[in-house]
Write a new protein. Structure first.
Length: 293
């Protein structure tokens, strides 16, 4: 089944729901970064929730960035999405590995560790808006739920999952986000909480062949829901280019550029999101030097 992101809301406007299958997207990230299972699970979950959050962005130039800055063996995890749920991301140590936890699951919480979770919304204003909370468990969905409660103050339930095969490839990946609007009653909150608590993992539902639409209705059983006709295909898409990389090199300043020109005579830059390499020769570096501050 191809990747798909659907959104719906209750007829009374008190519930918003997003459900995504991201198996191909997360599989593409795994191939690019050649990540081992625990890193694939952590990055895949972060990319999935970024793709979902991208659906709340209005303009093409808007973006949301999620950063898990933990002290675990994975190092920082970063995911960025635009308003079309085109995402990119990386984990500092994609080859990090750990034994399974006591439940026989990938130990993402331990691999992430303690630290800060930062979410940055860039809406084209003078300054991006950012919110920061401590990492509570390192389990991506739980920490994102905590972020929405503390920073955005929106009651939110998030489920994320990545099922990794024995050859390290991605079998299934997906996620959902349910949010309560200000007019939602306590009864609505309790009913949804019970459904989510008793729901099987998102990967299990997808493995059974349930579509994102079917999962959406399953998670909101008993409520009158409307599903948008506009489905989105979330994809892994890097936005690096020779110009962007050139601008990045120029931004390091005249002093550092002079050192590179004198000592190396050329500069190789690698994109963290897609591992593409860009090589700038001495004549190009001299032109960049003239443009640098």
């Amino acid at each position: 089944m191809a990747d798909k992101l659907v959104r719906g809301q209750s007829t009374d406007g008190t519930i918003k729901v997003f459900v995504a299958e991201t198996s191909e997207l997360v599989g593409e990230a795994q191939k690019i970064h050649k990540s081992l299972p625990v890193a694939t699970a952590a990055l895949g979950r972060t990319l999935t929730v970024a793709a979902i959050m991208g659906q709340n962005l209005k303009n093409d130039a808007d973006s949301v960035t999620i950063q898990f800055r933990g002290d675990g063996i994975l190092g920082n995890i970063v995911a960025v999405s635009d308003n079309k749920s085109q995402v990119r991301g990386y984990v500092v140590n994609p080859l990090a590995d750990l034994p399974l936890n006591k439940k026989g699951k990938l130990d993402v919480g331990k691999a992430v560790g303690k630290g800060d979770l930062c979410v940055i919304y860039d809406m084209g204003m003078k300054e991006p808006y950012s919110g920061r909370v401590p990492i509570v468990t390192g389990e991506i969905a739980e920490d994102m739920t905590y972020y929405f409660a503390k920073s955005d103050q929106v009651p939110t339930a998030i489920g994320l999952g990545v099922l990794v095969d024995t050859d390290c490839s991605v079998k299934t990946a997906g996620g959902y986000m349910i949010q309560l609007m200000p007019d939602a009653t306590e009864e609505t909150a309790q009913k949804l909480e019970e459904i989510v608590r008793n729901a099987p993992p998102i990967t299990e539902m997808l493995e059974k062949g349930m579509t994102p639409e079917e999962i959406l209705f399953f998670l909101t059983d008993g409520f009158d829901m409307l599903v948008s006709n506009e489905t989105v295909t979330p994809v892994y898409k890097c936005k690096c280019s020779p110009k962007r990389m050139r601008d990045a090199v120029i931004s390091i300043g005249k002093e550092e550029l002079k050192r590179i020109i004198d000592e190396d005579g050329k500069c190789e830059v690698e994109c963290q999101f897609c591992n593409s390499k860009y090589v700038f020769q001495k004549d190009e570096l001299l032109k960049m030097y003239d443009l640098a501050r």
